[in-house]
Each structure stands twice: as C-alpha cells, then as structure tokens.
Design a protein around this ligand. Structure first.
Ligand code: SF4
Ligand code: SF4
Length: 223
C-alpha cells in the first residue's frame, strides 16, 4: 500500500490561513489502512482545525467527506456540492488525491494534508516499512522475494557492499537489516545459492521513474 504521515498541524493551518470554509477530503483506500487519512482521521483533523482557528479568533468551517478512493476520478465527483462554496480543499489522501482534486476543480486551491512517503507494509501495529520503489521491472524472482532496490541503502544488485555487520546495514546505525544478508539466508534456505553466482549484468531501468511519469494501459479492461 501507499504509506503516508500527517503533516504538522501548524503547517496545515498556515496553508489554510486565508480560508473561511474548506472541504476536508479523506480516502477509504491505503491512507485508511495506515491510519492517516480515513474517516476517523478526517473527523479528528476537522476538530483540531476548528479548535485551533477558534482559539486564534478566526473561525474555520470544515466540511468533512471521505471518498471511496481519491485515486479514481469517478469518486472525486462526490465532492462537487461541497466544493462549490468552499475556499479550498484539504486532501488527506496520498498525493494522487490532491492532484485529481486539482484537475476536477481548476479554480479551487487544493492543499495536501499528509506527506506521502513510500510503498510499503505494516510490520507491527503503528510501524510501516518501505518494500518497493515501483521500478516497473520486478526482479524478486532472482533475489529470493526480497527487494534490493527498495531495501538496500545503495540499491546494489549483485550482493552486499561489504559494510554490513552482524546482518545489519552500515547505514542506519544497526537498526536496519542488510537486505543482501537476508537474501543470502533466504536463498540458502531455498537451496538456491547458485543464483548468487550468476551476476545480474544489467537491469532494464527503462520502466522506472527516471523516464518521466509512467502510464499503464490494459487494453482488455478498456473495452
Ligand atoms: S524489484 Fe522493483 S517492482 Fe520489485 S519490489 Fe523491488 S522496486 Fe518493487
Ligand atoms: S550493508 Fe547491505 S543493505 Fe546496507 S548498503 Fe550494504 S549491501 Fe546494502
């Protein structure tokens, strides 16, 4: 899922300083799962904003709505009635959400209420880790199912850098596993250590981010 974290309330208040009425838009997708932008967080943030602005002597009306998903234009339409009288939209979806909202309402300012951080998963309650950098050409089949692109500090593709100690990465002061150590252990368990003898001569990065924004088209779904 896409993982994000809330922006500091002071930063949000600064963004909204000229507004009298805003739509606070949440999303029932990833940001609900990582407890940063769902219906509950919309309610909490709306109350915080109202209280902070009341205390500052400049009341703010906050219209609350949580979209089914903000990364799908058909669900953005549900905001139409609320947005028409509002000074701005504050989106607490991942950063796709504010961009879709901006596209639908060209004359209404849109602000992000969260910082989108990475593609990852929960490792325990309240802790998420990055697991993928969406390179577009997955090599997990060669690396025991563990991603050296997202999880090695140096994005090494052919084994460890030599700086790991006790299975920990030299980056992160011992707090982060060396993914190449994990890959080695995993391939050993699978009886596939021979894979490490076959160097990955190159990786096709044409599918990755550096060529600009990517588009995926699945013709069978378009019909
Ligand atoms: S190899 Fe690429 S697609 Fe696969 S997990 Fe790593 S970054 Fe993601
Ligand atoms: S110690 Fe391991 S994870 Fe850290 S940079 Fe080196 S190879 Fe990558």
């Amino acid at each position: 899922m896409v993982v994000g974290e809330s922006k500091p309330i002071a930063e949000i208040l600064e963004m909204l300083k000229d507004c009298k009425k805003v739509v606070l838009a949440g999303c029932k997708g990833c940001v609900t799962v990582c407890n940063v932008g769902g219906e509950k967080e919309v309610g909490i943030l709306a109350s915080e904003l109202r209280l902070a602005r009341k205390a500052a002597g400049k009341e703010l009306a906050v219209l609350e709505y949580t979209c089914e998903r903000q990364c799908d234009p058909e669900y953005i339409e549900a905001l139409d009635d609320l947005v028409k009288d509002a000074d701005a939209v504050l989106s607490i979806a991942c950063s796709v959400g504010p961009q879709y909202v901006a596209a639908r309402y060209p004359y209404v300012p849109v602000f992000p209420g969260i910082n989108t951080t990475f593609i990852g998963g929960a490792v325990e309650h309240g802790v998420w880790k990055e697991y993928c950098q969406a390179c577009g050409n997955c090599i997990l089949g060669d690396t025991g199912g563990l991603c050296p692109i997202a999880r090695c500090a140096k994005t090494l593709l052919n084994g460890p850098c030599g700086g790991s100690s006790g299975g920990k990465c030299e980056v992160g002061k011992g707090a982060v596993d060396c993914v190449w150590h994990l890959i080695y252990e995993r391939l050993k368990n699978l009886g596939q250590l021979k894979k490490l003898e076959e160097p990955m001569l190159y990786k096709n990065w044409a599918t990755s981010r550096d060529g600009g924004p990517r588009t995926m088209i699945r013709e069978e779904l378009r019909k």
